[in-house]
Design a protein around this ligand. Sequence first.
Ligand code: ADP
Ligand code: ZN
Ligand code: ZN
Length: 721
Amino acid sequence: MWLIATAVKCPLRRRFDYQVPEALVATLSPGMRIRVPFGRRETIAVTLDAPRRVDDGGTARAYRPLGEVLDDAPLLDTELLASLKWAADYYHHPIGEVVAAALPTALRQGEARNAAEQPWLHITAAGRAVIDTIARRAPAQARLLARLAEGAMPRSEAPREQAKALLERGYCEQALPAPLATPPPPEPGAPVALTAEQTAALAGLPWAGFGVTVLQGVTGSGKTELYLRRIADDIAAGGQALLLVPEIGLTPQLLERARERLGGAVIGYHSAMTDSARLDAWRRVDAGEPLLVVGTRSAVWLPFRRLMRVCVDEEHDVSFKQQDGFRYSARDVAVVRARAFDAPVVLGSATPSLESLHNASTGRYQLVRLDVRAREAPGARLHVVDARGQRLRGGLTPDLSRALQRHVADGGQALLFVNRRGYAPALLCHDCGWGASCRACDARMTWHKRRGRLLCHHCGAQQAVPESCPACGSATLRAAGHGTERVEEHLRTLLPEARIARADSDAMQRAGAWDTLRDEVLSGAVQVLVGTQMLAKGHDFPGITLVGIVSVDQALFSADLRATERMAQLVTQVAGRAGRGARAGEVLLQTHVPDHPLLRELLDDGYEAFAASLRAERAAAALPPARPLALLRAESAAERAADAFLEAAAGVLRARGAEALGPVPAPMMRRAGRYRAQLWLQADSRAALQQALAQACVEIEALPAARRVRWGVDVDPADTL
Ligand code: ADP
Ligand code: ZN
Ligand code: ZN
């Protein structure tokens, strides 16, 4: 009997074996899609190995036979399949879900690999002859014929019954479409002349051969310019390149810029694209076309054939790590794939992650710096505004308010960073202290005044705003704290003449909203921009002369292991928005803890010094990046179930040689109606941690307590919340 191991999308950490009919043994190889029975339904699985012969021993009936084979060559080649298996092992996630993450929806549902393999319908001479006469008897068929008279169409897009009828009558025929027009050759734009420093940095980026370079340079220093130079050469040599970015909606100008430089050889890949656009992009990469993919996280799974370079922009950005389900880091997977292609990697950032700085200090990565801004911008002075004892209006100190008025009066532009969207992070009763809380989470509801609703930012729950206090009946309900809406409202009274715009995910929901706003800021139509961390991401607004940071104090006292490094990255990035043009800038950071040692170090000595001491602190505490960390996360509907499961799992893990701390309740113990807790897992080496987890996961899955919880492993967690 022949069996084949497959990946089926389901939450079990195992492969599923199917019986292979003798006649199919020779046609099957790893990485092909097959239809298989699964439970009571049918699904599409992906083969993980070649068929293997096993001794029958009367067990034949235990294995169900596979159904149709959908590919005649592997859809996932050896490299991609190996990278997927690596990721399933490294992140201890079910292989079926890992493989599914790598495929556009259409391919997961059985769509043909090549557009050309999909039959198209072409009208025949007989069909043209009857277009008019058929209309009376069969109007639907006539409509399809009229459509075909204008040009061929994919059979899958035609109404099924009518297509069948027309084919049977010979009014149309099925054939492959004319081959896709090859894209126009790139028409490289004239590159700018590099500065001496950029030239030196470019020389530090290898032409070829695997190696990781951390390119540390402030925003505007020309990192993108350097990526595009190297990539232009890769493409001219017939290769492919990947440029990973945190959020494409915020960087459409990057696509434009790449197209100016590389002509038609640039495609985007991100979650805002339609399924069919994603499929088209996948096919072009699969066909080995020389091109650059500019994409977000999932682009790291595209079926590259001749990958010659990977660049990760803003490599410290937390959005490269998937935060639920298959918790992979696209940045780290990109390095693994580049190694398989023997291709160089560039990790660019003004504020490199602690991991990358750690790898640079141990010599695994090399560090290349770009210290000067390309266009000789004067930069910005940074001042701390002590908010203690000050009378705040709209969350702003008098100093910050005056600075805003001054800059706007002088014809400058200002940017205000606020860490919460909505009007106020809490709604409280002035008489009895009652506060609006989410029913499903241990969290306050955020008041969105404009929408007139209370929203939970953790589970999405909504409530009407009560007119009076549900506890004591008082009509005096007050907003506590400041979100972007409330700051914006205050600014309208502070600066009645100025045009004020808000940039947060509420205001930027409409497609194209960010583009419009960006143009308005660039043209000078908007004088004050209020927003969330959306504003920290690599935008170049030369007119900004003042940056105000309304508060970062929360981060200094957060329970999240990584809160302080994120705060430092954010402050450095937001502050970098000022003074990008001809005029000097000013950055005001408002805080109630002006003497906090971490804040002092960041402000006095800069991000690098701050990162170095944070790394020393982590090394002393045996925490990442000095020592690897994984979390076993669990959540349950019943209050004690997550803890009970984690206690049992801790026993298994300890027996396998891992150190397991916990269960510790998550800082927000209940979210979306589920109780959450986690185990902190460590070992002396990464290899030891990985091995312990690999062995333990199989046993943990079989624990009776596992049936009452949702659980998952989070290797190299981006947060510990
Ligand atoms: P980063 O990626 O580090 O933010 P960019 O490559 O986007 O930097 O450069 C910032 C801006 O400066 C861009 O508008 C870019 O076109 C421009 N620029 C970069 N290098 C030069 C140069 N050598 N001469 C003129 N303009 C440059
Ligand atoms: Zn009350
Ligand atoms: Zn909630």
